[in-house]
Unconditional design. Structure first.
Length: 176
């Protein structure tokens, strides 16, 4: 069982720019149309856990629903799933430790944790087992930071680094 972060950041550690924009992610040259290992990662996981803001971002993309796995959305304010996403998106709230235990009991053992606030909250509760962080060679100078403050340090061990498209690096870490 693992709670896994899979995300891209700028060199200065931001996951969105100062306007909450993600367009800078599309500046990476990709002549072969590679997914940079994302499909293999998705094969590993049983479900996604994301915050409402991340759901809103995903819903704003001009594409088909990108996930074949169940998506559990953390929200204290959403009362119903957006129309057309019933059976794909499920609302959850409460204590993160209890949520993870409940999802594990329901057969969702390897969870993809996505979204800045959600990742920070999982880290605050020491609930992240692995991080796969792809660094894009751009300095944004501000925006939404991947990491927030922690009550105590959490140690990770570097497992691997992969270079893609001659410009991005995907690093894999596990909790030490």
């Amino acid at each position: 069982m693992a709670n896994i972060v899979y995300i891209a950041t700028s060199l200065d550690g931001f996951i969105a720019d100062k306007n909450n924009n993600l367009e800078w992610l599309h500046d990476v040259p990709n002549p072969e149309g590679s997914d940079f290992g994302f499909a293999d990662f998705m094969d590993r996981i049983d479900a996604l856990v994301m915050g409402r803001n991340t759901l809103d971002v995903v819903l704003s993309f001009d594409c088909e629903w990108p996930y074949s796995k169940p998506v559990f959305v953390l929200s204290n304010t959403m009362k119903e799933v957006p129309k057309g996403y019933e059976g794909k998106v499920f609302l959850i709230n409460g204590d993160l430790n209890d949520i993870v235990k409940d999802l594990n009991t329901r057969g969702y053992h390897d969870l993809y944790i996505d979204g800045g606030v959600t990742i920070q909250n999982f880290l605050q509760e020491d609930l992240i087992d692995e991080m796969i962080i792809t660094t894009i060679p751009i300095l944004l100078g501000g925006g939404i930071s991947l990491f927030g403050s922690l009550d105590k340090p959490i140690k990770f061990k570097h497992l691997s680094a992969q270079r893609y498209a001659d410009c991005i690096v995907k690093n894999r870490y596990i909790k030490a």
